[in-house]
Design a binder for this molecule. Sequence first.
Ligand code: 4AD
Ligand code: MG
Length: 483
Amino acid sequence: MVPTLIKDILVSEPDGKNITVCGWVRTVRDSKNLVFIQVNDGSCFANIQLTFDRNNPSDNANTDSIEAELKKLNTGASIRAEGLLVPSPASGQAVEVTLEKLTCLGVCPPEEYPLQKNKMSMEYLRENAHLRARTNTFGAVYRMRNQMAFAVHSFFQERGFQYINAPEITCSDCEGAGEMFQVTTLSMEKIAEMGVKAGLGGMKIKDAHKIVDYSKDFFGKKANLTVSGQLEAETLATALSRVYTFGPTFRAENSNTPRHLAEFWMIEPEMAFFTLEDDMDIQEEFIKYLLNWALTKCREDLEFFNKRIQPGLIEMLEHVVNSKFKRISYTDAIAELEKHADKFEFKPYWGCDIATEHERYLTEQIFKCPVMVYNYPKEIKSFYMKLNEDGKTVRAVDVLVPGIGEIIGGSEREENYDKLLAACKERNMDMSNYEWYLDLRRFGTVPHAGFGLGFERLIRYVTGMENIRDVIPYPRAPKLADF
Ligand code: 4AD
Ligand code: MG
């Protein structure tokens, strides 16, 4: 019989009906006549309690067999149990299961089990990432990830957006920051061999790149893992009107920080006929929708985060849902920061990139709420952003939130062919890979806008987890690709 999930058992009527439970043992308490087993199957935070009363076993209980199986149980062992669902006399739980049948499916030797220690550090659990989903913290994190993914689809589907898939392998560089992982089937060893041979023939260092012939590579040209699905999303938005991607993106930034991953998931909506203001409106609506979903549909896990991970988390999320985000131009934001220049390692000035310390100061000290900074100097933003009439700033927006910093980056796109081409030329881009992108401006161009939300930054925000490496099952970062 397929077992009933513990989350469903816990809300069932305790009418003495027969029930099958499967899961992993959290604790076994065996005191003379009474045995209590706490079992968790990850379907919810709470455990179900199985009880076995030696003095008063259930009529159908196979007591000898139960005793034999009990001897095999330790924390981490997997079991299948059958019994009767009854009201629980213990406080904190409405129901429990009176054991009739018990099978240990897999033993778990305590002296070897990595999750035996009482207080395990996040670093230790990261090294044991294949088992950490069995802890309270990571079970809750992964359930929250699941709920937030569902909420993302729900938000866009309710609003007439179509879910699309951008390629993972591409020859374009959306962000132009050169942080790409190359995808190749050329053998590095072969190329090195050729270099050594050519070197023997008196080849100069500056000619070394000629040894690599990309026409012989799998795709016939230099290809990489995508840093963003935006450019391709634009091609579909200028046909389907409102679209969104939700998939993995890759950045070879050498950033060892609690907010950067080399592989992260991004949600990128793209909307035809939207201005920057429309873009900002839907960003604010989107974030509030997601936080509200967490508050209403993930209550049990959220209460755990609130108690154990970030005290005050629930109140903070409730406050954000009910407050208006601050919108401020880059120029005004810099002026604000300059008033507090003594607080920063990097002194802010007009034209500088807004650093993490500035982002946090704006949201945590000055405005104490999410802040949308818009109209950035064109030099510090990407080629595709729409130029303002001042000729100096572009219609970009970053959403900054307390504790996290940047959570969203977005913009209105340059829909004018000549201006877009000029922006590409200023950046010395190789246009052979972007002709298709320019075509959107040649044929039926429209104003349009979009944004990217970093999924793991969102999960950090709603769980209070400190390190981004602890909100994705298997984090990828510099020198880290285990599992
Ligand atoms: O600001 P970014 O680079 O914007 C884009 O990629 C645009 N193409 C989005 C668009 O307009 N369609 O990245 C968007 C978001 C950031 O705000 C951040 O939340 C997240 O992606 N992000 C990262 N998350 C984890 N690790 C990294 N290394 C990240 N880099 C960006
Ligand atoms: Mg950004």
